[in-house]
Design a binder for this molecule. Structure first.
Ligand code: NAD
Length: 278
């Protein structure tokens, strides 16, 4: 018996990192999975995004739980492609959609806001905020039509809760996600569809575990690595850890999707090791 037996979940950015972990954890609790990821990268990003092989690995891990997965290479900015995958997958998985995890996003390099390139600003907002809008725009009609209520979790960030210089584009997108969460919670309550935001502190995924970030944290070292940035990351959290694991965020997603959270909607849930109180 799982917490989510018989349910169907849609996860974006599912090829690796938190998205893969969400897909696996939701499947472990009994949900079938619809997974999308762009599996491509942008030249200006300082780190690589996921690959088709990564998405195939997610599919393998979900199937190992005994649940079904329909995984497709789709960009969250492409409304018709997102609609097409749901039009194919929802009937295939029994005509219902219970859980949505709008997780896909990109992050920029910290820079003073007035120095952010305009095209880069537009592209980051397009993926990280408009991509969430596209995800829910495509998914909600299926949830309402199925009439089973449901849980939508929008991934924001601890960065949207605290003040600080840099990442003005990313923080603006993630603050937009918080506002969207509350609006949707009001609009969807009558359908018993709950909408909540998750705000993680640093999470142990390639978004932070990459050479460019290591170098910006430790410019004093010729070849900084994971171990060299741990202490710096730890200063940001109240609990004495540098980052949380993807599964810590997935467990919050599972809980929000479960009956244990059946009357919880419109909240901003930090999974942040106390980061916002530092
Ligand atoms: N890692 C952190 O420290 C951290 C902290 C707070 C919030 N977050 C948020 O958590 C979420 C998951 O990030 P992660 O840590 O797993 O990073 P990640 O880079 O490992 O995963 C992001 C995934 O989204 C995919 N993606 C990017 N652009 C896409 C697009 N246009 N369409 C479809 N898929 C796309 C990537 O290919 C990748 O698989 C993001 O919303 C991120 O902003 C991350």
């Amino acid at each position: 018996m799982g917490l989510l037996d018989g349910k169907v979940a849609f996860v974006t950015g599912a090829a690796r990192g938190q998205g893969r972990s969400h897909a696996r954890r939701l499947a472990e609790e009994g949900a079938d999975i619809i997974a999308i990821d762009a599996c491509t990268t942008q030249d200006w990003l300082s780190y690589r995004l996921a690959t088709e092989a990564d998405l195939a690995q997610t599919a393998k891990e979900v199937e190992a739980t005994g649940r079904r997965i329909i995984a497709r290479q789709v960009d969250v900015r492409d409304l018709s492609a997102v609609r097409n995958v749901l039009a194919e997958a929802v009937p295939e998985l029994g005509g219902r959609l219970d859980i949505v995890c709008a997780n896909a996003a990109i992050i920029s390099q910290p820079a003073p806001t007035w120095e952010i390139d305009l095209d880069q600003w537009r592209e980051l907002i397009d993926v990280t905020l408009t991509g969430v809008f596209v995800t829910v725009k495509a998914a909600i009609p299926h949830m309402i039509a199925a009439g089973n209520g449901g849980s939508i979790a929008l991934t924001s960030s601890g960065a949207a809760l605290i003040s600080g210089a840099g990442l003005g584009d990313y923080k603006a997108a993630k603050a937009g996600v918080l506002s969207l969460t509350r609006t949707l919670a009001c609009e969807l309550a009558e359908h018993f569809i709950r909408v909540n935001a998750i705000c993680p502190t640093a999470v142990d995924t390639p978004m932070i575990q990459n050479e460019t970030l290591y170098r910006s944290f430790r410019p004093d070292l010729p070849n900084p690595g994971r171990e060299d940035v741990k202490a710096g990351f730890q200063t940001m959290n109240l609990l004495p850890i540098p980052w949380v694991d993807p599964v810590d965020v997935s467990n919050a997603i599972v809980w929000l999707a479960s009956d244990a959270a059946r009357y919880i909607t419109g909240v901003t849930l930090p999974v942040d090791a106390g980061n916002q109180h530092k």
